[in-house]
Each structure stands twice: as C-alpha cells, then as structure tokens.
Unconditional design. Sequence first.
Length: 338
Amino acid sequence: MHEVAARAGVSIKTVSNVVNGYPYIRDSTREKVEQAIADLGYQVNVTARNLRRGRTGLVGLAVPELSLPYFAELADSVIRAAEARGLTVLIEQTGAVREREIEVLRGARRQFTDGLIYSPLGLGPDDVHELDGVDYPLVLLGERIFGGPADHVTMSNVEAAKAATQHLIDQGRRRIAVVGAHAGETVGSAALRVQGYAAALEENGMPFDPALVGEAGLWHRATGAETMARLLDADLGIDAVFGLNDALALGALHTLHLRRVDVPGQVAVIGFDDIEETAYSSPTLSTVHPGREEIATTAVDLLLARIEAPDADRPYQQVVADFSVVARASTLGEHAAG
C-alpha cells in the first residue's frame, strides 16, 4: 500500500479509501490510485483485513461422511453460498463418531474459524448439553439434536416421507416396504421418515406391517442392496419400496435388477434427497427434494448474521426447509416426464 501511495502521489489513507470503496473521492484521484494498483499488481491482504476486524473469513462445516452423496452435495451448496458472501469454508469429516463430533465442537481449529455449520450424526438428543459451552457462532443441521442453544436448519422429514409414501399409494401400491430403518431410534432421520410413512398408511386405511420395514445400518448403496435382498427373500408380496435416502434406494434398485424384478411394473421405487445420480439411474429414480440449497443458504446466512453481530440479543431460530416430490420413471414408468 505504501508503494501504491508513492506511485499515485497520494496518502496511504487515500489508497485505503479507494480499496475499500469510500464514495467521496475525486474521480481523478481514484483513477490515479487504480492505475497504480494495476501497474504494481497490488492485491488486498484479506487475511490482515479480517484480523483487524477480529475475523478470519473462514467458517467450518462439519459433516459425517463425504462419501455419502447427500453430504457431498450439501457441502458444495454451502461452499457456493459462503463464497457469494465472501467466506471460505473449511470442511471437517467426523465419520459420525460421537467423540470426533465433540472434538469438532471443542478442538483448537475453532480458534481459526469465525463460526461452524454443524451436522452431527453420532450425537443424540441426550447430548444437547454438549452445545452449552459453545462461545462462537454455531448453526446446527440435521435431526439428531433439537432445542439446543444454536440456530437450527432442518428438513420436513415426516411430511416429506408421508408425501413420498402417498405418491406410491396414488400409483395403486399397497405393499410398500421401507429400506433403511434404525431399530430403537426415536429421533433422527430414519425414525422421522418411518413416522411419515406410517402416517400415510394410516390416512389411507392401510395396515402398518412391521415385516415390511427393513432395517439397515449406514445409509449406503450396499446396505440398501442387502436389505432389499432380505425383503425379497421373505416373500412379502412387496409392490413398492421407499428408500429412506437415495443411496439406499439405488442399492435396492440394483438388487431388483439382479433379481429380474421389473421396475416399476412389479415394484415401484422412491428415494429421498434428490442427489444428482437419481436423474441418471436406470430407470430414473423418483425421490424427494428436501430443499438442500435452501438449507445451505439459510445456514450460511444465519451464521453470518451471528458473526457480524455476535452481541445481538435475539432468539435462536429453527428453520424448516421446503420439500417437493420429484416423480420419475421408477414410479411412473412410461408416463414419467422427459
């Protein structure tokens, strides 16, 4: 900045005013400074500027597993939303391990970020106290912890799962299996989506058959394929499948292909998350779009508001993103659009 000032024949303060967009500067002065900047290849030291403000310009994003397409695509959406607001995202992968998720909250890396967007999977409802000591801006994602001292962005799991199941019922399906349940879970995506599934059955006067609810551990294609195989081996007369995420549904679709089961002629399939791959599977996979871009943008905006006004006395917000059912060939067959 000293060199730019000397070359333009102005003060350092004038250079600073030009760089920071101060409006009350003569055009001729601004042009001299801008020419000097161009001649010298001067670039603003963003790190130094942020340090003067007491900020780094970095925010953290902690997710369970980037190998799961939903979290990879969520991370991409968060990065793009953050970049549009002048922030850089540092991603941390926890592996859904409780101890690692706690370490993310307490670890030394938090000294180098202005805030954290946090999506736990290993923690549960009884761990809400782990958020009590957080003294930096925090936005919570997901369905593992509710009511904590943080802004929270989540999705309409129950209503969206109900809508997905209703879509299958509207296609005339009556023996609808679930792939991906977690035994004993009362809070979390699996429990909430099974709850929505059961609600749709009840509203349509259809019985809830526990035998049709296939359990799976991690929500991967492999576990979806294995669960689908067990359900088929049980000979339950299944005519539709609701995969509790798209990876599970794609795994189920793979097993149905191997068993020469026609989709959707014999068994219709729907997933949840609307990952990019679903538009290119064979057949294309019906799914639920959970509002991923809205979740990412809202989370970044809530975090930035806390960063810029850390002492503001305002209540924590819980935002529920909108969803939509995306009907494709795996439920509509030849009637699918496109």
